[in-house]
Design a binder for this molecule. Structure first.
Ligand code: CP
Ligand code: NVA
Length: 305
């Protein structure tokens, strides 16, 4: 089997490659908005395995393929042989003989590793319990468009130490920005991920300290997919960690607010913030399309030899 470049987490790309994907996404967005016809993925096929729900990720990758002259195939766990016990190693060997890329969304990060260890084509992590690297591409594109380079800028993560938080920690390490995290005890991000980026990340007890003087405030739901049964307990634990106008007033005056969505207004974020003028969540969501195109383009080129 040839050495394949995958996108299991952001750690699969270096700084230069990360920035190349972002700049390409911005370029592709401009071209699409000027009605330039592109067929970057002509005759290419992406298989997408979803073991969890999705709106943005599925649509972004499906539209990315169709807009560029290629094709995407959606496989839910239930409708495929995976739910009848076919393992991911066999699935990878079968799919990689027929398609050019495979995306998977799953609870278990080991699924991503099992697929990538057995695939001749690139595997894209479309979200796992550990990471959500595709979302970070869109977040960084959005930041770059509005504020310029994120290098040395200050970012605050408020709330749960979830997959999004782990990916922000990876991004801070790779792109050299300062990340301040405020999370209740017991809900911290992955220890190893944190260790690897210790020179770029600071843990703050109080959300107010994390957002002080920062350029970007970001958060995510308090109970990620699969943790719905903990929802009530978490509402109690996280209640001091809501991003509201009082918290936003401690950030830089021109700070922006991001959320990967879906959001729960009145829980992790106040409606006044997510629907207010510092929020850039719609631009962020739309950029999922352009970063998906740029990521696929990167992986196809890297694996073309
Ligand atoms: N942000 C994100 O990944 O959204 P979906 O769950 O809708 O794909
Ligand atoms: N942390 C969230 C992200 C959803 C896009 C989850 O895993 O449900």
């Amino acid at each position: 089997m040839n050495k394949v470049r995958h996108f299991k987490s952001l750690l699969d790309v270096n700084k230069k490659e990360f920035l190349k994907i972002i700049n390409n996404a911005i370029d592709i967005k401009n071209k699409i908005n000027s009605n330039e016809k592109l067929d970057l993925f002509k005759n290419k096929t992406l298989a997408m395995i979803f073991k969890k729900n999705s709106t943005r990720t599925r649509i972004a990758f499906e539209v990315a393929m169709s807009k560029m002259g290629g094709h995407a195939i959606f496989l839910s766990e239930e409708s495929s042989q995976i739910s009848r016990g076919e393992n991911l190693s066999d699935t990878a060997k079968v799919l990689s003989g027929m398609v050019d890329l495979v995306l998977i969304r799953t609870s278990n990060h080991n699924d991503i590793l099992e697929l990538s260890n057995n695939s001749d084509v690139p595997i894209i992590n479309g979200l796992s319990n550990m990471f959500h690297p595709c979302q970070l591409l869109a977040d960084i594109q959005t930041f770059t468009e509005i504020k310029g380079s994120i290098e040395n800028k200050k970012v605050a993560w408020i709330g749960d130490g979830c997959n999004m938080c782990n990916s922000y920690i990876n991004a801070a390490k790779i792109l050299d920005f300062n990340l301040k995290i405020s999370i209740p005890t017991g809900y911290e991000p992955d220890e190893r991920t944190l260790e690897l980026a210790s020179d770029h990340v600071e843990l703050c007890d109080l959300p107010g300290n994390a957002v002080e003087d920062c350029d970007l405030v970001t958060t995510d739901v308090w109970a990620s997919m699969g943790l719905e049964s903990e929802s009530d307990k978490r509402k109690n634990v996280f209640k001091g960690y809501q991003v509201n106008s009082n918290l936003m007033s401690k950030a830089k005056k021109d700070a922006i607010f991001m959320h990967c969505l879906p959001a729960h207004r009145g829980e992790e974020v106040e409606a006044d913030v997510i629907d207010g003028k510092q929020s850039v969540v719609w631009q962020q969501a739309h950029n999922r399309l352009y970063t998906s195109i740029a990521l696929i383009d990167f992986l196809l080129n890297e694996n073309s030899n």
